[in-house]
Design a binder for this molecule. Sequence first.
Ligand code: CU
Length: 541
Amino acid sequence: MNATNTKMMISKSRLLVLLVLALLLTATTHAAAPGITGPAFNLMAQASSISQPDGAAVYSWGYGCNGAPAGFAPAAITNGFCNSMQVPGPTLIVTENQTVTVTLTNNLPAAAGNTSILFPGFNVTATGGVAGLMTQEAAPGGTVTYTFTASSPGTRAYYSGTQGDLQVEMGLYGAIIVLPASVPSGCTGALHAANLTAEQFWGEADFRLAAAAYDHASTCYDREYLFQFAEMDPKVHAAALAQVTAAGNCTAGAPGCSLSVPTEPYQPAYFLINGRSMPDDMDPNYALEYPHQPYNGNPHMHPGELTLIRVIGQGRWQHPFHEHGNHVRILARDGNLILSQTDATKLGGRLEFTTDTTPGQAFDGIFYWSGKGLNWDPYGHHPGSSDPSATLACTPDANGYNTGAPTAINFWEWCQDHNKPVQVAPFGDVASGGPATLPDPNIFANGPWYGGSPYLGPDATLRATGCMPSGAAQTNAPNCGATGSTPPSGTIANSPSGEAGFAFMWHSHNEREITTNNIFPGGMLMMMLVDSREFVIDESK
Ligand SMILES: [Cu+2]
């Protein structure tokens, strides 16, 4: 069995079993890649506490905004804020070839000593401050300015270049996103244009920062998310707090006004995506209960949308991250676009089952979900129905997908499974010829995001309830005498008129890391939701 089949099998079982996790969720929240715009940024490093789902408030250090930023992006998110301390630090969004200026004020406790920022991948000129091991540093109360040209597009990390074992652990890290200077012509091509048409038809906003990740037509995308992975050992944070408290209002440079916090042995208890642990990472961006952790991790997408994931390993451990539902095509690492060695018009990055979040490394990847390989019609179409949306056409394009009618609910349906029921016979009877057998509907796990159904979308969930009507065109659908194949409408937790997507777990494959302080589930885990087209994905919520 090849990896794709294996993965699809795992995905199906996870789809059903791990949806129990969705029971923990109470709200429909979506993600994006929000940040602040420049190209001049006024940041500070400051201490505060970040909140974890076990109730802990962990003393941390983070970068934040020193005054109001020039702006927030994407424009479709209007409730952005940037406090004086946050983890991760503000996502800096700039455009290729801009001159970027970052002024850093050191507002950490005096005993913490100097601090700084490194911008790996850029040719940085540092002015002011005091000399440090790796760059110019800001002394307690002091400032330093870093200037560089955003010489090439991509996603990169920034982090403290001072006593990194302690300062990065304490939370002094963030992301910088450089958008390409121009939009490659391919981004206005037929399929991306069709996606925009679909978005507009259903009243959806465009939450992208740009139309492409790089100056290359193969990097055009329809939706995007940024995930920063890190782990945290609360013992280190507690020791730092104890020493800072003991030092009191000491004078920088005076005897005893310093910290000596051991960072080994290292026993992290929190495994963070954008500074939050599951389930907090699935609350909205800029949720007011996380004043110092504004960014979430909660991807939603429609079938067929090319979804750009920007990922950075910010901690000191490597985290194998599994994006269920499909593989991830690696576009670039650390802002370096990977092209085919024989044909520079094509991508050359690997297709990865599990992506690695290597400490200090960033990658950009493309993910999409199409339903291909499910072996049933996820929209619940059945010919002979009196409901017009149950009898939609599926006209395969050259790749087998229904892409000719962007305003149709089943835009991007995999036509080979069109009209195919989940199974011919009632539940549990494999031998009678069902193409796929799902658990009894009474024990189906479900939650606020999930329709409780093998069919996609509120409309399909309603239509698929109970047995299917018999008709001449129904060659492979169950007779009306057969048991219904989905839970009766209204008996599931989720209102069929709300979000009723397919939920896939995206999580660390080091399962120790999907805990919060040793409790499962938690940590590096989020749910990716596939929603059919008529559901409006609003990443501002
Ligand atoms: Cu997995």
